[in-house]
Design a protein around this ligand. Structure first.
Ligand code: NAP
Length: 321
């Protein structure tokens, strides 16, 4: 028997969709992922520390703790889980096919909530030292507290909210955090900019404007980054023991390539004010279809919308009963 609803992804969007769908007796099956896109079940919040802006938690909550609670709530209403990455889908067939290495299932409706992953600069030495644990990371909150980074000079690349958030997190352990940005103006929100300039005043962070990291120096561990000033073309080395990238994200849509419409950056297109994708019966929620808001609360909101959209669509097909 085909599944009524399969949900792919287990961040706030997927798990909220699961809570709503399970309560609506759709008996959802979730592929919660294993390691796709460098993420783990629970998604990006599993790599976050304190979440201060999710309503209902006046004292804040740790990201992993919040995701455990989301999952328990989805499970309580009967969501079933495969802790596996989806490697193949067929949206041309009905029912649809969704497959991991271990399971192949048929589904009348699918909600895609696979999120997005961190971007890298794409430098050879960056990749080498990231893979060897040599001091390059795209997640300060995952790695920043590790002993090799403590009391050291560190570099964060980027000028958005993530760069400031990760940089300010690193100041708890580092001697100093240099923020390397390719322009002289931050993209980050006003509140984050204030946080940054306060840390600069306190001597904990320092900006390096109009600069790109063009190489990472160091055999076993990061010893310096080579910077290039984009205005003068001049190159210089900045000594540091860690390099943290905070240069945006890429949506996890590779598995759906050619089967569903995506925009030029790979985010799933939602033509209407709902979660309906270009394939009838396939819905999308969370960061995989959102490069604007990208908040836990907006992901959860669209997860709820996707479950309601799926429920109505299944009912219209006579499948929900
Ligand atoms: P973002 O806003 O897209 O910023 C990415 C930054 O990286 C930009 O400053 C960009 O430079 C720079 N960049 C991109 N590619 C680069 C490259 N190849 N080399 C050097 N620099 C590069 O991404 P984000 O900071 O991850 O934020 C994403 C979304 O999440 C935003 O909507 C943000 O508000 C939200 N967010 C919110 C919070 C919070 O409120 N607590 C925390 C984190 C994220 P340009 O500026 O020149 O383009």
């Amino acid at each position: 028997m085909p599944e009524k609803l399969v949900i792919i992804g287990s961040g706030p969007a997927g798990l909220t969709a699961a809570i709503y769908a399970a309560r609506a007796a759709l008996n959802p099956l979730m592929f919660e992922g294993f390691a796709a896109g460098g993420l783990i079940p629970g998604g990006q919040l599993m790599f976050t520390t304190e979440v201060e802006n999710y309503p209902g938690f006046p004292e804040g909550i740790q990201g992993p703790e919040m995701m455990r609670a989301f999952r328990q709530q989805a499970e309580r209403f009967g969501t079933r889980f495969h802790t596996e990455d989806v490697v193949r889908v067929d949206f041309r067939k009905r029912p649809f096919v969704v497959a991991s290495e271990e399971h192949e299932v048929e589904a009348h409706a699918v909600i895609i909530a696979t999120g997005a992953r961190a971007n890298w600069l794409g430098l050879e030495n960056e990749q080498r030292l990231a893979k060897s644990g040599g001091g390059v990371s795209a997640c300060a909150v995952c790695d920043g507290a590790l002993p090799p980074f403590r009391n050291q000079e560190l570099v964060v690349v980027g000028g958005g909210d993530s760069a400031i958030e990760e940089g300010s997190y690193l100041t708890k352990f580092a001697r100093k955090v240099h923020l390397v940005h390719r322009r002289a103006e931050l993209r980050a929100s006003k509140a984050m900019q204030s946080r940054f300039f306060k840390l600069v005043d306190e001597g904990k962070m320092a900006p390096v404007w109009d600069s790109l990291v063009v190489d990472v120096i160091g055999k076993e561990r990061v010893e310096a980054v080579r910077l290039k000033n984009v205005k003068t073309g001049k190159e210089s080395d900045l000594s540091c023991r860690g390099l943290f990238l905070a240069i945006g994200h890429t949506p996890n849509t590779e598995t759906f390539k050619g089967q569903i419409e995506v925009d030029e950056k790979g985010y799933i297109k939602l033509p209407g004010p709902n979660t309906v994708t270009s394939v009838e019966g396939v819905f999308a929620a969370g960061d995989v279809a959102d490069h604007v808001y990208r908040q836990a609360v907006t992901a959860a909101g669209t997860g709820c919308m996707a479950a309601l959209d799926a429920e109505r669509w299944l009912a219209a097909q006579g499948i929900a009963d």
